[in-house]
Design a protein around this ligand. Structure first.
Ligand SMILES: [Mg+2]
Length: 156
């Protein structure tokens, strides 16, 4: 579990992290450099779930052997499916990271929703529904590894 008290925002007690794949962990369906060691380190404190439409059909191969659950979604209603998965884990104990429009509902529902950018861009609707934006997935994963970094940005 990961705990951090953020005055004026909320006290986070997180057990789960739900992460998007394409545009977040991966570019063109391939994992970005530096993501694997960060996921491995985070898995000591959070249960990791990659929930994806798997546009390139590469997620299972790319994530093989990593300490996480992979959920591949049907093409339709992905935003709702991602939110449903997060709520099934317990939204109040779950953080989410994504970049796309189909991440917007899970980012809003999560105890902590982090939006990232990267070379595949960021959906404006998702930007308006997240709690926090960082430019790169490394920054997002490192916020959860070193959660005191969240205080200055989110405190009320
Ligand atoms: Mg994406």
């Amino acid at each position: 579990m990961l705990s951090v008290e953020i005055p004026g925002f909320r006290t986070l007690h997180l057990d789960h992290l739900v992460v998007d794949f394409n545009g977040t962990l991966a570019r063109d369906g391939l994992l970005l450099d530096g993501v694997v060691p960060r996921l491995e380190a985070l898995s000591a404190s959070l249960a990791l779930h990659v929930v994806t439409g798997d546009t390139h059909g590469s997620a299972r191969n790319q994530l093989q052997g990593l300490p996480l659950e992979l959920v591949v979604l049907a093409p339709e209603h992905q935003a709702e499916a991602k939110e449903d998965h997060l709520r099934g884990l317990g939204a109040e104990r779950t953080a989410a990271i994504g970049n796309g429009r189909n991440d917007r509902l899970m980012l809003q529902a999560a105890a902590l929703g982090i939006l990232v950018s990267g070379m595949e861009g960021t959906a404006i609707e998702a930007l308006q529904m997240a709690h926090l934006f960082v430019p790169h997935i490394h920054d997002a994963l490192d916020l959860l590894r070193f959660p005191q970094r969240l205080l200055a940005t989110l405190r009320g």
